[in-house]
Ligand binder design. Structure first.
Ligand SMILES: NC(=O)c1ccc[n+]([C@@H]2O[C@H](COP(=O)([O-])OP(=O)(O)OC[C@H]3O[C@@H](n4cnc5c(N)ncnc54)[C@H](O)[C@@H]3O)[C@@H](O)[C@H]2O)c1
Length: 269
C-alpha cells in the first residue's frame, strides 16, 4: 500500500515509517518539521490543521490510506488540544473524502477513557465499548477525534480504526507500563493490521503488547488481525517499585488522572 504517515518525524512516526517500508509498503511522510535523516520517500513539511495545505498534499500524492500520528502527545490547554487532535483529524478526513481515500488509522490514546476506574471494570478488563471518559484536555481531544472518525464512517463509508495506544517505549520503565507497554515492533504490527483489516468500518483497539499483566482487552485488536508478540514481563526484573505505583493503578490513564493535571480549560499560560 502507499500510505500517508503524518507525524512521521515523531517517535512513533519514525518507527512506523521504517516498519511499513520494511514490510514493502510505500510511505509518504508529513510533519511540521523536515524529514529525518535517512528518509527517502516523498515528504511534506505541512501543518495538518491547515486544511488547504493538507488538501494540496492529497492533490499531489495518490495514497491508499492515512496513518495519522501528528499531534502533541501530552496535556495542553483545551484550544491547543482541540487544534492538535480534532482539527488535524478533520482536515485529513475531509481530504480523504474529497480524494476517495478510504482507510484512516489514528493514534488515539488510553486517555480517551483514562478516568475509568479499574475497580469499575467488569471482570477487571477494559473493553472497546468503554464509554468516553477522558482524564485530561488531551483525552477530550482524543474522544472528539474518535467521534469525528465515527461520523465520517457513518456519512461517507470510510474505514477508520482508532488505536488507543498505551505506553509506546523502547522498554517499560514503571509498574504501570508492565501492563500498558506497546513495543516498537508491535506498534508496526498494530498499524499494519489496522491498515489492512477487511472492512472494519469504525473500530477501536487497545495498542498494547502481549503483556502478561495486561488488563486492557486485546481481542478487539486480534479481530482486526493485530497479533502482538512482545511482552513487558521480559523487563519486569529491571522495574523498581515507586511510591506512585498505587495511585497510577487506580485509573486507566494512570498519572494523567492525578490532581496535578487539574487546570482551567482556557488557561493558555
Ligand atoms: N507516545 C505514546 O506513548 C502515545 C500514547 C498514546 C497516544 N499517542 C499518540 O501518538 C501520536 C504520536 O505520538 P509521539 O509519541 O510519536 O509524539 P511525538 O511528539 O514524538 O511526535 C509527534 C509528531 O507530530 C508532529 N506534529 C505535531 N503537530 C503537528 C501538526 N499540526 N501537523 C503536522 N505535524 C505535527 C510533530 O512535529 C512530531 O514530529 C500522538 O497523536 C499521540 O497523542 C502516543
Amino acid at each position: 500500500m502507499r500510505i500517508l504517515v503524518t507525524g512521521a518525524a515523531g517517535s512513533i512516526g519514525r518507527v512506523v515509517t521504517l516498519g511499513l517500508c520494511d514490510r514493502d509498503h510505500e510511505v509518504v511522510g508529513l510533519d511540521l518539521v523536515p524529514e529525518p535523516e535517512g528518509f527517502t520517500g516523498n515528504w511534506h513539511t505541512v501543518d495538518c490543521a491547515d486544511a488547504d495545505a493538507v488538501d494540496a498534499v492529497f492533490d499531489e500524492e495518490r495514497v491508499d490510506g492515512v496513518v495519522h500520528l501528528a499531534g502533541h502527545p501530552g496535556e495542553a490547554a483545551l484550544p491547543a488540544s482541540l487544534t492538535s487532535h480534532v482539527l488535524t483529524t478533520a482536515a485529513l478526513l475531509d481530504a480523504c473524502v474529497a480524494h476517495r481515500v478510504s482507510r484512516f488509522v489514528y493514534a488515539s490514546s488510553n486517555h480517551a477513557v483514562g478516568r475509568t476506574t479499574r475497580a469499575s471494570l467488569a471482570d477487571g478488563v477494559l473493553s472497546d465499548d468503554a464509554l468516553p471518559r477522558p482524564d485530561t484536555f488531551y483525552g477530550v481531544g482524543k474522544v472528539a477525534a474518535e467521534a469525528l472518525m465515527r461520523l465520517y464512517v457513518d456519512r461517507h463509508g470510510l474505514d477508520a480504526v482508532a488505536c488507543r495506544i498505551g505506553s509506546f517505549l523502547d522498554e517499560p520503565g514503571s509498574l504501570r507500563a508492565l501492563s500498558t507497554w506497546l513495543s516498537p515492533d508491535d506498534c508496526v504490527r498494530m498499524v499494519e493490521a489496522a491498515l489492512t483489516a477487511p472492512a472494519p468500518g469504525f473500530a477501536v483497539l487497545y495498542g498494547i503488547s502481549n503483556n502478561t499483566r495486561a488488563w486492557w482487552d486485546l481481542e478487539p485488536g486480534r479481530r482486526l488481525g493485530y497479533q502482538p508478540l512482545d511482552d513487558a514481563e521480559a523487563y519486569a526484573g529491571r522495574v523498581a517499585a515507586a511510591e506512585s505505583d498505587e495511585a497510577e493503578a487506580a485509573h486507566v490513564g494512570g498519572p494523567f488522572a492525578g490532581e496535578e493535571f487539574y487546570r482551567p480549560a482556557l488557561d493558555l499560560r
